[in-house]
Design a protein around this ligand. Structure first.
Ligand code: RIB
Ligand code: CA
Length: 323
């Protein structure tokens, strides 16, 4: 059955890869992109979302979201990874046409979830500020979503603990208070963190092939990924890039690709470990215990990377041939 998703995103190179994956796959109806600060400013990210809608003739609504975290001081755009405007060397013109939804992202999320009770999957691949604001304004949406899928966090599986600090992943580090609220809310969350996203790689060869086989969409992914590959080669020492945000979409399409583990999840909100995600794995009730009263959430700890890469490639090639 087709799943309706709202994709909350900070576009972003791997965000664009995820957006196009969601647009391409027939099992997903991409209802909206809601934007959030993160990889780039909210202005640049929102312009990038409008550009994708225009270039790929997407039906999705675009709603502009939060420009800063709930409480912490902003970390600032990650230019070293995504370039100054978010798509690496590929610059979107200032004159992108296309209408934004008039509502702020959090209000768009509330209204859409209420209009389609139990049908909307919220997929968030940036800082969780918009989701936290939606929960604050309308806590009842927690009972009305189908599910929540997050790309973020790191739990130490497969030795993956952090990418912006030794113990924090970027999306959670950008707004730890928002993440803690989202993980503690009474809705079903699946967390696709570095534990699995750093186990899959788009190699330079894979992206070359996609450019060859997937027409305009393959060319676009090739163009935006040049800068990203240089970052990975120069700073991480890899001939390819991790598959962060597209992994959250892969989970929506085929959860069987992943192994998950249940337990309440909290986020460290202050100090040097700010942004660290910690899952409680035992059933003991401690004298001081700020996990046990929280809902058990699913954390991905294993992935079939080969099948995930095949799914992405096939989805984009099939989509390209239908255009
Ligand atoms: O840590 C990876 C995440 O941070 C991805 O969502 C990427 O787009 C950046 O936002
Ligand atoms: Ca992202």
């Amino acid at each position: 059955m087709t799943k309706k998703i709202i994709l909350d995103t900070d576009p972003g190179i791997d965000d664009a890869m995820a957006i196009l994956f969601a647009e391409a796959h027939p099992d997903i109806e991409l209802v909206a992109l809601t934007t959030v600060f993160g990889n780039v400013t909210i202005e640049n990210g929102t312009r990038n979302a409008l550009y994708l809608k225009e270039r790929f003739k997407m039906a999705a609504d675009i709603a502009k979201g939060a420009s800063q975290p709930l409480f912490r001081s902003p970390v600032g755009p990650t230019e070293v990874v995504h370039g100054t405007t978010g798509f690496g060397d590929f610059h979107v013109s200032d004159n992108v046409s296309g209408q934004l939804d008039p509502r702020p992202a959090y209000q768009y999320i509330i209204d859409t979830v209420k209009a389609h009770p139990h049908e909307i999957t919220l997929v968030a691949v940036g800082p969780l500020t918009n989701l936290a604001l939606a929960l604050e304004a309308a806590p009842e949406i927690a009972q009305l979503v189908a599910q929540v899928v997050i790309m973020g966090g790191a739990f130490g599986e497969n030795d993956h603990r952090g990418n912006v600090t030794p113990y924090a992943e970027a999306n959670i580090h950008d707004d730890p208070h928002a993440a803690d609220r989202v993980f503690c809310a009474p809705w079903p969350v699946t967390i696709i963190g570095l534990d699995v996203t750093e186990e899959s790689f788009f190699s330079a060869y894979y992206l070359d092939q996609l450019r060859h086989d997937a027409a305009d969409v393959g060319q676009f992914i090739f163009d935006i990924s040049r800068y990203y590959l240089r970052f990975y080669s120069q700073k991480v020492g890899l001939d390819g890039c991790h598959v962060h945000d597209p992994s959250a979409i892969a989970y929506v399409i085929d959860p069987e690709l992943f192994i998950t583990r249940k337990g309440a999840v909290r986020v460290v909100c202050e100090g040097p470990a700010s942004g660290m995600t910690i899952q409680k794995l035992d059933t003991r009730k401690y004298q001081t215990d700020e996990w046990s009263s929280m809902p058990a959430q699913d954390v991905a700890i294993g992935v079939d990377a080969a099948q995930l890469l095949d799914l992405y490639q096939k989805s984009l090639i099939d989509y390209a041939h239908k255009q």
